[in-house]
Design a protein around this ligand. Structure first.
Ligand code: ASN
Ligand code: ZN
Length: 328
């Protein structure tokens, strides 16, 4: 035993010497708060306490829990998207650590898993789904990116979560989530997937996804379940108090405008229209209670500033807002 210990120690020394000789820096363990990408995943164990138990932090190796692993990787892909495409260092542009909770259950006595995911102002939270219609929420990259983008909205232009400004908040979450997926899969607008949560349903549930950017009707037929019935034009705007004044419903209008502008220009969604949307959100010109019209006017203005010699961008953006009835 004593010999074995000595050999082990010697080996350690030997490895360190070899590394030093090869000029390799000793691997650094990433630490929270150093301003670089930092993720931490918590397991709520089907309870309602947040955060749950820490199970994977940046630099650790993968776990055997698919939800933990998916969440960690989706947070990483979303971080990389914002960093690579817009040069933004996390949600606050200051390296905010990304925290995700999985296996969350608001009512632990409930028989079925939780059918939602959300951003609570400081961290992401994901349910397991009921297992009958909804599957695990972390299976979907765009659902993860949607929740993270609520954090980006909060740190750029914190749109009040009610009525039109709330629908814009929801739309930003969907638009950037869609772009994360396009970027990750390197898809051009013509071949891209324009559905949020297309893989969130169980095998036997007949649904295309949670929200569609590109269809005029939400319900193609009676078999297509689970899709939010979103309008694509101001004439179908839904008034009322439900869903914070229809934040997940009327977001279909700005979502469709983004889709129309992005597909009209072609190429990659994040390169032109995506850049305009991003710059609009960080411009300081978007008030908390922003209306669709004010947001639309700002995107047209910003398009001219970001692409001064490419007039087609501003034109496509303006036409898209006209086509959904927001601008006249
Ligand atoms: N999944 C929803 C969202 O992020 C949760 C909610 O409405 N609070 O919009
Ligand atoms: Zn949302």
């Amino acid at each position: 035993l004593e010999v074995a210990r000595k050999v082990r120690e010697h080996r350690k020394e030997h490895t360190a010497l070899l590394a030093a000789a090869a000029g390799k820096p000793k691997p650094k363990t990433p630490t929270e708060g150093n301003g670089a990408r930092y993720r931490q995943i918590y397991d709520c164990g089907n309870k309602d306490t947040l955060p749950g138990k820490s199970v994977w932090k940046e630099g650790d190796t993968a776990t055997h829990d698919r939800q933990v692993n998916n969440c960690y990787r989706a947070l990483g892909t979303t971080y990389d998207f914002y960093k690579t495409v817009f040069g933004r260092n996390s949600l606050d542009d200051k390296g905010l650590p990304l925290k995700g909770n999985v296996h969350y259950k608001p009512d632990p006595s409930e028989a079925f898993g939780y059918d939602n995911a959300f951003w609570d102002g400081a961290q992401m939270v994901f349910g397991d789904g009921d297992g009958v219609a909804f599957d695990y929420f972390t299976d979907s990259l765009d659902v993860c990116a949607h929740e993270l983008t609520h954090g980006f909205v909060e740190h750029s232009s914190p749109l009040k979560y009610w009525g039109q400004s709330g629908a814009l908040n929801e739309s930003m979450a969907d638009v950037f989530a869609c772009m994360v997926e396009h970027w990750f899969k390197n898809q051009k607008t013509s071949e891209a997937n324009w559905i949020i949560g297309e893989n969130i349903f169980t095998v036997e549930f007949k649904g295309d996804g949670l929200r569609k950017f590109n269809k005029d009707k939400a319900f193609e037929n009676d078999e297509n379940l689970g899709t939010d019935p979103q309008p694509k034009h101001m004439r179908d705007y839904v008034e009322g108090d439900a869903d914070e004044g229809g934040v997940h419903i009327n977001s279909g209008i700005p979502n469709h405008a983004f889709y129309l502008a992005a597909t009209a220009l072609g190429g990659y969604s994040w390169e032109k229209v995506g850049k305009v949307w991003y710059q609009t959100m960080v411009s300081g010109k978007i008030p908390r209670d922003c209306t669709f019209e004010r947001f639309a006017e700002t995107t047209v203005e910003v398009a001219g500033e970001v692409f001064p010699s490419d007039k087609a961008v501003g034109d496509a953006v303006k036409k898209a807002w006209e086509d959904v009835g927001v601008l006249a």
